[in-house]
Design a protein around this ligand. Structure first.
Ligand code: ST9
Ligand code: ZN
Length: 341
């Protein structure tokens, strides 16, 4: 399914080279859609993605039902473990390490994180990081791949169902991602992605329950693979949708990202999104080093203790306080004496 999905997507993209807002008669790519007398958007739906995501979501509901209708308890545990590994691959790996360079990691840690990020199947690191840096640089504009100004659904998953806005591609070209080329782990993941991704996201998670505790193939596929993948996608997407709509803005009231404790709990500490957009280089992606609502920070600290993670970047408390006083919405709570910095 995964390979078909990937091939289908690539084929679809090859068939049509025009970004969603560009009319085929357009002569000047430098002009923006807004300056011309034409509709702002021409949605070009990628039907194969629509079908794949429909299958995943219906299958995930069935997988959820199977947990109560015959799936083994060990399969549930395995599902949660694989989901957690994938989450850490995205948060500690793709996000805090590769996209923001908020800390450095030795190659064994980078290899582990790359494998975890591959099993999360959220595109290879080069693509994930490029989209994410473009999201930070052009937040809340048409050049933001999951522009929250286009509504909950678009920023959640709609952006993966249509071709990208022309501004994403044009302005995105100004974002530097050359550092990724000097990391062989990133380069090799991209080269081997079409093999690695199906193996780590679909084959191994399905095979382990069947082989080690005699789970049925159906239960294993729908619970440990389809349900787990769909759940982790939705938890990730909530950072782009819900954490740009609901919550507080203690550090900058003028941007859409919010601090939202529920999202922080579900997304392994990535819900302190107002803070993160103001200080994206902080390896905690939050003001406080509180592990309860920031499992990713605990993970990075543990690897720092092992000597694998180093140069962990943080933000001086006085800088945070000054910024919150200047641009925040007044909801920041001063808890530095409890947690330390
Ligand atoms: C997925 C990603 O789900 C989720 C990311 C979420 C990020 C969240 C961040 C929040 C923090 C982290 C929180 C983690 C919490 C985790 C908790 C977990 C419990 N700049 O893309 P193409 C150019 S993926 C510059 O094909 P189309 C470029 O030349 C899900 N240039 O655009 C490119 O060619 P190449 C699984 C750019 O054709 C060319 O355009 N995967 C940029 O419009 C074509 O690019 C899928 O579903 C840019 N940003 O197609 C696959 N972008 O690449 C979905 C593009 O050769 N993707 N260019 O350089 C697709 O099918 C297609 O990308 C598309 C757009 C249809 C969406
Ligand atoms: Zn970020």
């Amino acid at each position: 399914t995964a390979t078909l999905f990937l091939e289908a997507t690539q084929q679809d993209i090859r068939q049509s080279k025009t970004p969603e807002s560009v009319p085929s008669t357009s002569k000047s790519t430098a002009q923006t859609a807004q300056t011309r007398d034409e509709p702002k958007y021409k949605w070009r739906i990628v039907w194969r993605n629509v079908i794949a995501f429909l299958y995943l979501h219906i299958g995930a509901l069935y997988g959820f039902y199977l947990f109560f209708a015959g799936a083994k308890f060990l399969t549930l545990i395995w599902t949660l473990v694989v989901a957690a590994l994938g989450a850490v691959g995205v948060t500690a790996g793709a996000h805090r390490l590769w996209a923001h360079r908020a800390y450095k990691a030795k190659w064994p840690m980078r290899l582990i994180l790359m494998i975890f990020q591959t099993l999360a199947f959220q595109n290879h690191l080069s693509e994930w990081v490029r989209d994410h840096r473009v999201h930070h640089k052009f937040t809340d504009t048409d050049a933001d791949p999951h522009n929250a100004k286009r509504g909950f659904f678009f920023s959640h998953m709609g952006w993966l169902l249509v071709r990208k806005h022309r501004d994403v591609i044009e302005k995105g070209a100004t974002v530097d991602v050359s550092d990724l080329e000097s990391d062989p782990i990133v380069v090799w993941q991209r080269r081997l992605y079409v093999i690695l991704m199906p193996v780590f996201c679909f084959l191994i998670p399905t095979w382990v329950p069947c082989h080690f505790w005699g789970e049925t193939g159906m239960n294993s596929w729908y619970c440990a693979t389809v349900f787990r993948y769909t759940l982790s996608l939705n938890l990730t997407w909530l950072v782009n949708s819900a954490a740009h709509i609901w919550g507080t803005k203690p550090y900058d009231d003028s941007i859409s990202p919010t601090d939202n404790v529920r999202i922080a709990l579900g997304a392994f500490g990535e819900g302190w999104h107002n803070y993160h957009h103001v200080f994206p280089w902080d390896y905690k992606a939050a003001e406080l080093g509180n592990y309860r609502a920031n499992f990713t920070t605990a993970f990075i600290d543990f690897f720092a203790w092992l000597g694998q993670a180093y140069d962990l970047k943080t933000v001086p408390l006085n800088m945070i306080k000054k910024r919150a006083a200047r641009t925040g919405d007044g909801t920041r709570i001063d808890r530095d004496e409890h947690y330390g910095h």
